[in-house]
Design a protein around this ligand. Structure first.
Ligand code: F6P
Length: 254
């Protein structure tokens, strides 16, 4: 008889499925910090996994970042399925090609879907913020975000993200002082999953991460290990798409 050899990655996946509150886990080999190819593999795996959840009426809300950009690159048209893509948040101070809105447009193009955007500046003062929230165009998109059935998002190391977004020294100091480890959806959180700081941009909040949505989390690279562990204390995920570096860390620490 032929015994099917369970590969190392399959084994990691089933171990994580048992120990984490998720319904599915995909692990790609390698460490995204070490090679761009691994990020591309992650993108491919995530794009492939999305096809299992998406349907014609789907509203998919997406965040930014280089990992999500890799996901967008690998999306392909699906027969009869034309989802609607919306950015989860307005700009968070990211580079143009890493912004949720740019990624949203690319995903829609690659899947022959459609998109709606949040035309708002990155961060605004309190007064402008409340005014903008009353704009019908903004309200519409926020309502689509609320109705989304799929959330696909990235996670980052807190300090790396703060630097990338050119946070001011005072903010950096606060993040360090409070031992902030991770960032997702514009929220910076510590090891215990406590929110330390939230970027003031328009769009999805933690309250929108309801369990009627399928939340797909895509992340790779040793530098994100702490951030991912903390993310599970901060929020929730249904489908985890990670690389081997993170998978090995998680099996040891959960
Ligand atoms: O800025 C959007 C975002 O999704 C963040 O929430 C996350 O921390 C980051 O991008 C991840 O970026 P990257 O995929 O480039 O590591």
């Amino acid at each position: 008889s032929i015994m099917r050899e369970i590969s190392d990655l399959d084994h990691l996946e089933s171990q994580l499925k048992q120990s984490l509150p998720v319904s599915d886990v995909k692990v790609v080999s390698g460490d995204a910090d070490q090679s761009e190819e691994v990020k591309s593999l992650l993108g491919q795996a995530a794009a492939q996994t999305l096809t299992q959840y998406v349907h014609d009426e789907s509203i998919v809300t997406v965040t930014g970042g280089s990992t999500l950009a890799a996901v967008a690159k690998h999306m392909k048209p699906l027969n009869q399925i034309r989802p609607l893509f919306v950015p989860a948040r307005g700009g968070l101070g990211d580079m143009h090609e890493y912004q949720a809105s740019s990624i949203c447009v690319q995903m829609a193009k690659q899947m022959n879907g459609s998109y709606r955007l949040l035309y708002v500046p990155d961060t605004v003062g309190h007064e402008v913020y409340s005014k903008m929230m009353e704009e019908p165009a903004v309200k519409d998109v926020i309502s689509l975000i609320r109705q989304a059935d799929i959330v696909i998002h990235g996670i980052g190391d807190a300090l790396k993200m703060a630097h990338r977004r050119k946070a001011d020294p005072k903010q950096l100091e606060l993040l360090k002082e409070k031992s902030t480890v991770g960032e997702a959806f514009g929220y910076y959180f510590d090891q215990k999953g406590k929110t330390i700081h939230q970027l003031n941009s328009i769009g999805m909040t933690k309250e929108h991460l309801t369990n009627d949505k399928t939340v797909m989390t895509v992340a790779g690279g040793t530098s994100k290990c702490e951030a991912i562990s903390a993310f599970f204390k901060w929020g929730t995920s249904d489908v985890l798409i990670i690389d081997e570096a993170i998978a090995r860390h998680l099996v040891k620490h959960i």
